[in-house]
Design a protein around this ligand. Structure first.
Ligand code: COA
Length: 257
């Protein structure tokens, strides 16, 4: 259980909305193993609990998440044991979700902070948000089934620009590309995200889940298969000298500044 992930089911909505909040602002909400583990527990237990109807994910003001913790990447590179880690469980939990996931992005959404929205059902983002996946710059490859869902959702060219060329997308570009649902001002982002979740949570829950399943069913098995393939390649790439050099450069940049 990581205190860097806050999980709550506010009474205001009768406990039907489960909010998972990233809470490591001093490190731009970068995800550690422990944080992934806590998110997996929340997603799985929320999915199993009939009283929860909708999942919500939020960052902190001005930052959604800087993605995977770079020190953890370096540790994986050294140990070569990513397949046993919490990241894989988190991606699998996302791709297997039964209940709707609503995300609210204010600020940077990097790496998995971007690709998770392919598994979200409605994403709200503030105008200052940016979606960026520097996988190739880190000598890595796309993950979270984004190599399959990215071209489907955005078309080949925008998917390549984002996922292979590492070009950042503004909130507007992300909306035009179909990655996110709506742009709302940062001062109302959380309120609108939670209100949308609460509105959805007030609808007949079985009908919502079945409808979601119908919309996603065609791609679920393929997504899970693809994310497993990606994870295997990702694991190999993590152990490559060029990836290790990229992580060490980031850590050295940190120490130098
Ligand atoms: N893992 C671990 N620590 C991270 C991190 C990450 N992914 N992203 C940011 N941090 C830490 C920084 O090391 C720094 O820590 P310090 O204060 O102890 O030195 C702190 O968060 C603030 O980051 P900083 O880089 O100083 O802020 P910035 O506003 O100049 O830049 C980012 C923010 C997110 C653009 C930049 O930190 C970055 O590029 N991070 C890496 C993102 C990434 O590549 N993630 C993996 C995707 S696959």
């Amino acid at each position: 259980m990581s205190e860097r992930i806050l999980v709550e089911r506010p009474e205001a909505h009768g406990g039907t909305v489960q909010i998972i909040r990233f809470n490591r602002p001093e490190k731009k909400n970068a995800f550690t193993q422990a944080m992934y583990g806590t998110m997996v527990d929340a997603l799985v237990s929320g999915d199993e609990d009939d009283s929860v109807h909708v999942h919500v994910m939020l960052g902190t003001p001005g930052c959604f998440t800087a993605g995977n913790d770079m020190q953890d990447f370096l540790n994986y590179a050294i140990s070569g044991r990513i397949a046993e880690g919490e990241v894989s469980k988190f991606l699998l939990a996302l791709a297997s979700l039964k209940k709707p996931l609503i995300t609210g992005v204010d600020g940077l959404a990097i790496g998995v902070g971007t690709t998770m929205h392919f598994h979200a059902d409605m994403t709200f983002a503030s105008p200052r948000s940016e979606f960026r996946t520097p996988f190739v710059d880190l000598a890595l490859v796309p993950e979270a089934a984004s190599s399959l869902l990215g071209p489907m959702v955005m078309g080949n060219q925008r998917a390549f620009a984002m996922l292979a060329a590492g070009i950042g997308f503004s909130a507007l570009e992300a909306k035009e590309a179909g990655l996110i649902y709506k742009i709302v001002e940062e001062d109302v982002l959380e309120a609108e995200t939670i209100a949308a979740a609460a509105a959805l949570a007030s609808k007949p829950p079985q009908a919502v889940q079945i409808s979601r399943d119908l919309l996603r069913r065609g791609m679920r098995d393929a997504s899970i298969e693809r994310l497993r393939e990606e994870s295997a390649i990702f694991g190999e790439r993590l152990g490559s000298p060029e990836a290790r050099a990229a992580f060490e450069a980031f850590m050295a940049r940190k120490k130098a500044s």
